[in-house]
Ligand binder design. Structure first.
Ligand SMILES: [Cu+2]
Length: 152
């Protein structure tokens, strides 16, 4: 069966558009605290965030009320953040961290901290050999031949 060229081209393009595995990671993530509309829909966006160890998560209160970020295990507590205020916390230990908003306890979120895979050792730079200077050879003058004049 012959695949039409256009389909083959589309397949190729979709393959090329695949996200590269193990791409660059950022060490900073943001979570927005929102309180639009119905109180029941207030919460954190994203509700669940997966980060790697060492990531600093910044919560920004994008709502109009004062909200907080309080660990259910009392590991961290932002206290009340007024509208527009931000608070950051760096996660140094793998695990799942659940948190909520003290004045609105139905507002819940979760940070999942995963361990960083062993970094691949970067190749140590090979010692650069200093170039040995070439011996400068003084050009040996070629034998100067005295032109032999024809003897009359
Ligand atoms: Cu709240």
């Amino acid at each position: 069966m012959k695949i039409p060229l256009t389909i083959a081209a589309l397949l190729l393009v979709s393959l090329l558009l695949q996200p590269a595995a193990g791409g660059a990671r950022t060490l900073d993530e943001d979570v927005e605290i929102v309180d639009d509309g119905d109180m029941a829909s207030w919460g954190y966006g994203p509700t669940s965030l997966t980060v790697t160890v060492g990531t600093t998560v910044t919560w920004k209160n994008a709502g109009s009320q004062a909200h907080g970020v309080t660990s259910q295990d009392q590991l961290f507590d932002s206290r009340l953040l007024d509208a527009g205020k931000s608070w950051s916390y760096t996660f140094d230990t793998p695990g799942t961290y659940r948190y909520f908003c003290v004045p609105h306890p139905w507002m819940k979120g979760r940070i999942v901290v995963s361990a960083v895979e062993e970094p691949t050792p970067s190749p140590s730079p090979s010692p650069t050999a200093s170039p040995t200077p070439r011996p400068t050879s003084t050009p040996t003058p070629g034998p100067t031949s005295t032109p032999s004049l024809p003897i009359p």
